[in-house]
Ligand binder design. Sequence first.
Ligand SMILES: CC(C)(COP(=O)(O)OP(=O)(O)OC[C@H]1O[C@@H](n2cnc3c(N)ncnc32)[C@H](O)[C@@H]1OP(=O)(O)O)[C@@H](O)C(=O)NCCC(=O)NCCS
Length: 177
Amino acid sequence: MKIEKLALADFEVFLAYLNDHLSDNGRGGTAYFQPLPRADSHFPVEKADGFKAGIGIDVGQPGWRRVWLARDADGAIAGHIDLRGHPERHTGHRCLLGMGVDRAYRQQGLGGALLAHAAQWALVSGIQWIDLQVLSVNTPAINLYQRHGYRKTGEIPNMFHIDGQYFSYTSMTTRLR
Ligand SMILES: CC(C)(COP(=O)(O)OP(=O)(O)OC[C@H]1O[C@@H](n2cnc3c(N)ncnc32)[C@H](O)[C@@H]1OP(=O)(O)O)[C@@H](O)C(=O)NCCC(=O)NCCS
């Protein structure tokens, strides 16, 4: 499957895909993967502008972000991965990762391919570490990250209280080489 950088012109199509993706949050057989209540599982409108702006910010500058899309044979978005800077200063050698694969394409190796693509980009961009946070109930994601060299660095018990349940939050990291 083709993996390409998100172009600004495709941002609205990407947002529609993302909102459809988020509608899976805690639904059916899918674990909660975003700390959002079921009734509010869509991309927050107030965050869209910052997300979009980040694509145009130089790597290492505050607010930078890069997004890659996997497209199926018809050009539809099958998965995404994004890297962004930490909000803290003096952390330019690290970044944060987010990702997702469309329900129709899971368990076919696409998640792994997206992780490898982003890691290669980060490595050549001079980034040394990729960090992430994942809901501890999200076993498919944690297994995927572990298989790709991420190790657990901590866990905040009962970090979120959503839909009457408590969710712990796991931090993971990988050192690029
Ligand atoms: C987590 C997620 C991104 C994984 O993506 P994916 O494309 O299914 O990942 P992969 O296919 O590379 O690997 C997933 C599993 O499929 C298996 N797999 C890979 N290729 C396969 C194939 N051809 N046939 C059968 N199984 C396969 C992998 O071995 C892996 O198994 P494991 O979990 O037992 O180790 C996806 O489930 C998802 O989008 N979930 C919802 C959003 C989410 O959780 N995002 C992360 C938030 S932190």
